[in-house]
Design a protein around this ligand. Structure first.
Ligand code: B3K
Ligand code: ZN
Length: 868
């Protein structure tokens, strides 16, 4: 690398020297050479006469200032600086780009047959030279010209205001977006699609045309996305009082996309994975994923678009808040407990892992080389937990008042995280001064709780101690304001009202010091405590509950999340014991009481099937790995396998009866039906490990009338390595090999295949006609699944998994650095492993780091991983 990529720091923010109020864009689209003419109204804000614009990967054709050809400029690889400028002027820039050569899928590129754009975070600078920063808000007018037969639809942001035909079979459409926006929200799509249309009338009476564009032939897979969009529009009006603000809302599904979807104003571009679904092609999880992502992008219209971010360090301002909003949307429409459980699994698994990796950063990062590297679990999911804590501290009513104030103050502007907290604080009167540390401090706080009961005084004392271990980015940590939600129970299951210093107190304790005690009064018997209810803060909690107490809470806690959490803690205890047993060559064991506790769960009639399914789901290998240093992947795998099989064998009657009782004749995506299928399929995954597994799995595969049941049978066969696995996999690929999106499920099973020779089969699978490393979905399904969810094979001690990773990274570094940078994550965490593996991974990271053309995405991560 000739010049090392430079970092930017949050504290270096300065407001722009110039701003652009209006931008008129004309695109003359051709596959190999598209011309872009950008006419900007520029206003000088500072004192400087030179304007520096961002731009890369383009050919510059010409510059004009107030219609006069301008020669007084310099270019670098990433900038164009124009000199001797007047105060206010019109700037015309003509550039050319090559969409079909753009495999990075950032800027203007071709996805299959269609032209599309992706501009967040800094992709607009691949389209034209511009002030590509989120605090420059302009009104856009966009004219798109293209071949009419190949691209009957020409789309951009806002309202369609004019169109016409041209010579040589070309045509044009002009769009105008009345809302000023930053460049990252610009979008253009041109292609041939089928369109699903509907309408929504807002509470303010605005009639909105809803249009979903899909590849031709896929119209029958779009209705769920449309229903989800309408639900999202209604929900945002009801719960947040926020209504849509344009006359049209368009969603386009494309097959080549680096992430899930993008909230461009009025024209969302989606990964087809989060739009297309019917019962033959999509699982229940896909349906729920579509609902969540459609909701998420829609909710950005206010939290992100109307109020955007001042700079990219503030990303969590829009992402944390919008994830919180989409989680609430899913919880209001479906099961709150199941949603909470799944969100918490993500925090406790991959987010905690990120917090302790070389990439650890606060939800509002301080230092960034490549912004795309910071669309992380920390910014998104932990960011949402931070918003959720504010919600917990304020309560729904004051929280909504805070949102109102935030919107009133900042609508139409680019704001900061501090602005958000200030609005919340002022509207509610709740002191958030210490709470603000959650924005600047990285890492996961460890909280240890101890309790003492004093029968004479009838008091119960809870002592809490917090300590956040140093992270690579930040050695010093301070005490955080942690909302700790607790409840006390009597032995008969009654709740003990909380009282401190003579007054009743709320369940949510304000835990703010390194060490703090809470003395509950009027406690007439030794209570059982439920701690961190609802996972009221993203922390690691240690408390020495006995097995009996956990089993008590599994049955008696008045809150479903707490019951689930007690079950997980019970399993965790036995996982730890059995992991140790494996390492010391001792026999595995699982207490009969534990088995009975889970028997009780299966048999308890008052619980929802969806919730029972969660209770029966063991923690993932990755979550368990997070408890250890060094991680012993083989011991974890063996202990999890033992617990699963023991429960299956001991509870075979209950599991079998439940499995059969939940058979459905028709497929519907009602939440109750989804819950029943999910419990039935969890039962199947247990039963697959027993003698009856082979026949049950085959039968289910043959009789399944929907993809959820088909996939459940295949993944049970895959995980339990049943003899029928090969036959099922073949039947599936014969049926679906023409459909990449469906084949992703099959690729994922190949990637997570626990068989010893999985890697060589994966190499063969890469030759499958449906596979391509150029398509991010395919890459994630096969290769990503292997790296992240096949720990025993990926971390094989001969280093073969790591060498394979390098081959993939070398390819992706050239073709798609953003995807390369996602793929490298599991290697960054090498310090969690034993010496041998650490050395093997280091060798591979060093190999990649020596590439001449190393992308700055990988440069940033590898540098962090190898330093320290
Ligand atoms: N805002 C986009 C993510 C853009 C990622 C850029 N690398 C999707 C979302 O969070 O809604
Ligand atoms: Zn988002």
């Amino acid at each position: 690398m000739s010049q090392l990529p430079q970092a930017k720091f949050r504290n270096d923010y300065t407001s722009p020297e110039f701003t652009i109020t209006d931008l008129d864009l004309t695109f003359d689209l051709f596959d190999d050479s598209t011309t872009v003419i950008a006419v900007s109204k520029v206003i000088k804000l500072g004192t400087c006469n030179s304007l520096t614009l961002d731009g890369e990967h383009m050919e510059l054709v010409g510059v004009k200032v107030d219609d006069i050809k301008w020669q007084d400029y310099q270019r670098s690889k990433t900038n164009l600086t124009i000199n001797n400028l007047p105060d206010n002027f019109t700037l015309t820039i003509e550039t050319k780009t090559n969409p079909s050569a753009n495999t990075a899928l950032e800027g203007l590129y071709k996805s299959g047959g269609a032209f599309c754009t992706q501009c967040e975070a800094e992709g607009f600078r691949r389209i034209t030279y511009f002030l590509d920063r989120p605090d420059v808000l302009a009104k856009y007018t966009t004219t798109v010209i293209a071949d009419k037969a190949e691209n009957p639809y020409l789309l951009s942001n806002g309202n369609r205001i004019d169109s016409g035909d041209l010579e040589q079979g070309r045509h044009w459409v002009k769009w105008q977006d009345p809302h000023p926006k930053p460049s990252y929200l610009f979008a253009l799509v041109a292609g041939q699609f089928d369109v699903l249309r509907d309408q929504f009338t807002t509470k303010t009476g605005r009639k909105v045309d809803l249009e979903i564009f899909v590849d031709q032939g896929n119209l029958d897979r779009a209705p769920h996305a449309m229903a989800s969009l309408i639900n999202a529009m209604k929900w945002d009006e009801q719960r947040f009082g926020l209504a849509y603000d344009l006359d049209i809302y368009m969603i386009v599904a494309v097959d080549f996309f680096n992430m899930g979807a993008m909230e461009n104003k009025g024209l969302n571009v989606f990964n087809s994975k989060y739009v297309l679904a019917n019962d033959q092609t999509a699982t229940d999880a896909d349906y729920l994923g579509i609902e969540a992502v459609i909701g998420h992008e829609y909710f950005h219209n206010w939290t992100g678009n109307r109020i955007t971010c001042r700079d990219w360090f503030q990303l969590s301002l829009k992402e944390g808040l919008t994830v919180f909003r989409d989680q609430e949307f899913s919880s209001d429409l479906g099961s709150r407990a199941v949603n909470r459980i799944n969100n918490v699994r993500i925090i406790r698994g991959p987010q905690f892992a990120e917090d302790s990796s070389p990439m650890s950063h606060p939800i509002r990062p301080e230092k960034v080389i490549e912004m795309n590297n910071f669309y992380t679990l920390t910014v998104y999911e932990k960011g949402s937990e931070v918003i959720r804590m504010i919600h917990t501290l304020l309560g729904e009513e004051k929280f909504q008042q805070g949102i109102q104030l935030y919107v009133e103050r900042h609508d139409g502007t680019a704001a900061t995280c501090d602005d958000f907290v200030a609005a919340m604080e002022e509207a509610s009167g709740v002191d958030l001064s210490q709470f603000r540390l959650w924005y600047s401090q990285s890492g996961t706080p460890n909280v240890t709780a101890t309790t003492q009961y004093n029968p004479d005084k009838q008091t119960f004392t809870l002592q809490l101690e917090q300590h956040t271990p140093a992270t690579q980015d930040q050695p010093q940590k301070q005490a955080l304001h942690i909302p700790m939600n607790v409840e006390l129970y009597q032995a008969d299951g009654q709740i003990i009202p909380l009282q401190i210093q003579g007054s009743p107190c709320d369940n949510v304790l304000d835990f703010k010091q390194d060490q703090q005690s809470f003395v509950f009064e009027n406690v007439s018997e030794q209570p059982i405590i439920s701690l961190l209810r609802e996972f009221s803060a993203p922390i690691k909690l240690t408390y020495d509950h006995s097995d009996q107490e956990l089993m008590f809470l599994m049955v008696n806690a008045q809150n479903e999340f707490a019951r689930w959490d007690a079950g997980q803690n019970l399993i965790a205890k036995y996982l730890r014991t059995n992991i140790a047993a494996y390492q010391q060559n001792q026999a595995f064991e699982l207490n009969d009481n534990v088995i009975d506790a889970f028997r009780g769960v299966i048999l308890s009639a008052e619980l929802e099937p969806a919730f029972i399914a969660e209770m029966l789901t063991l923690p993932s290998q990755n979550e368990v790995a997070g408890w250890y240093k060094p991680v012993d992947v083989d011991a974890i795998n063996a202990a999890l396998g033992f617990i699963k099989q023991t429960l299956a064998v001991e509870l075979i009657d209950e599991l079998t009866a439940t499995y059969h009782s939940l058979k459905q004749s028709e497929y519907t995506i009602e939440h109750a039906a989804i819950g029943q299928r999910s419990l039935r399929n969890v039962c199947l995954s247990y039963l697959a490990t027993t003698d009856i597994g082979e026949s049950l799995v085959c039968q289910q595969f043959e009789s399944a009338n929907n993809m959820t049941d088909t996939m459940a049978a295949m993944s049970a066969a895959n995980q339990a390595q049943l003899t029928c696995r090969e036959a099922l996999m073949k039947t599936f690929s014969d049926k679906w090999s023409h459909d990449g999106l469906v084949m992703d499920k099959w690729f994922m099973l190949q990637g997570t295949n626990p068989a010893k020779d999985a890697l060589s089969m994966i190499r063969t699978t890469m030759d499958h006609s449906a596979f391509s490393l150029k398509n991010p979905n395919r890459t994630r399904s096969l290769v990503g699944a292997f790296f992240n969810n096949n720990p025993v094979n990926f971390h094989a001690v001969d280093g073969s998994g790591y060498q394979f990773a390098t081959e993939i990274l070398l390819f992706l570094n050239e073709s798609n650095p953003q995807v390369a940078s996602r793929m490298i994550d599991p290697l960054l965490k090498y310090r969690q492993f034993d010496e041998t593996r650490q050395q093997l991974i280091r060798t591979e990271l060093e190999k990649v780091s020596k590439l001449d053309n190393l992308a700055k995405d990988l440069f940033e991560k590898i540098t962090k991983a190898l330093e320290a």
